[in-house]
Design a protein around this ligand. Structure first.
Ligand SMILES: [Zn+2]
Length: 130
């Protein structure tokens, strides 16, 4: 299995090579040089645009909202597996679970209480109805 860095480098190289070849076939050797540079830049923006869209539409950004008390952010949560599902324990001792675009608080009796809901391109909003 290739390391991620290798895949990233290959992706950039492929983008640069494609652009270089395309410009080279039209503008000759200067096109080759320009194409290599433009290809790297275009690949960079293309990859980050895709990541941005995926986060804004399907994942949420940050992927986990601040906790109910507002004290814990994404890195403060401790991830556990409960019955095969990911559970997020914040430093205040409250458990949360993600379900689709919803972030639910888990009460002591196991009930799921609506807490936050990701709205595409807008952010995490209070979730009132279930
Ligand atoms: Zn907390």
């Amino acid at each position: 299995m290739a390391r991620p860095q290798v895949l990233w480098a290959l992706g950039y190289a492929a983008g640069a090579a494609a652009m270089a070849f395309w410009l080279w076939s039209r503008a000759g050797s200067w096109g080759l040089l320009l194409g290599l540079m433009l290809g790297v830049i275009a690949t960079h923006f293309g990859i980050h645009l895709v990541i941005y869209l995926v986060e804004m539409i399907w994942l949420g950004r940050p992927p986990i909202p601040d906790c109910r008390r507002g004290r814990c952010g994404g890195a403060d949560y401790y991830v556990e597996l409960q019955e095969g599902r990911k559970t997020y324990l914040c430093r205040c001792g409250v458990r949360y679970r993600r379900r689709g675009l919803r972030f639910l608080e888990i009460a002591a009796d196991g009930r799921e209480i609506p807490f936050r809901r990701w709205r595409q391109f807008r952010g995490w909003f209070p979730d009132f109805k279930f």
